[in-house]
Design a protein around this ligand. Structure first.
Ligand SMILES: CC(C)(COP(=O)(O)OP(=O)(O)OC[C@H]1O[C@@H](n2cnc3c(N)ncnc32)[C@H](O)[C@@H]1OP(=O)(O)O)[C@@H](O)C(=O)NCCC(=O)NCCS
Length: 148
């Protein structure tokens, strides 16, 4: 499955399924995006193998990824979304998330859940801009949902 989207100012963003060759780049982006992950090599390899995992490319460079998993036959979760630091603010995160929503809808899911930190305003604004609503909070964590 491959999707061509447009980021800001006509930026061409190609979204495709992850391959083993993407592993080192995914780890690099994962490390700079989630500094609390202690063993990124194992962490992202497991996700690449078990989850619905897609990367975004511009001009052949991997610039971000989204990973998702089924929680039940009706509900899926976006478990990870990250864009390379120097490519942020160009619409790539939104292109990835909109792709993820379309993908999960096409897979037959009825609801998507996401959780993020209360302090992560870029992520919260992004989720809200795509229609996710905050449904609960626990400590520093905000839980959001989107009905498909
Ligand atoms: C969250 C993240 C994926 C956003 O990716 P991005 O490509 O920079 O986002 P986009 O350029 O597509 O922006 C989409 C929307 O997100 C919001 N947004 C993005 N960056 C923002 C910032 N620094 N401050 C506030 N809002 C921001 C805006 O609403 C923006 O829409 P607008 O430009 O129309 O206002 C990126 O910041 C990232 O990788 N962060 C580290 C990892 C992370 O926190 N992931 C999410 C938690 S799992």
């Amino acid at each position: 499955m491959c999707h061509i989207g447009a980021g800001d100012q006509g930026l061409r963003v190609r979204i495709r399924q992850v391959t083993p060759e993407d592993w080192s780049e995914v780890i690099r982006i994962g490390k700079e995006s989630f500094d609390y992950i202690t063993n990124p090599g194992t962490f992202f390899l497991e996700r690449m193998l078990k989850y619905y995992f897609f990367v975004a490319e511009t001009d052949g460079e991997v610039v971000g990824f989204i990973d998702m998993e089924a929680l039940s036959p009706d509900t899926a979760s976006v478990t990870g979304l990250a864009v390379k630091k120097n490519w942020r603010g160009k619409g790539i995160g939104k292109t990835l998330l909109k792709f993820g929503v379309r993908f999960l809808r096409a897979m037959g899911f009825k609801k998507i859940r996401i959780m993020t930190l209360r302090t992560n305003s870029p992520a919260l604004r992004l989720y809200e801009s795509v229609g996710f609503k905050s449904v609960s909070k626990k400590g520093d964590v905000v839980f959001l949902e989107l009905d498909l």
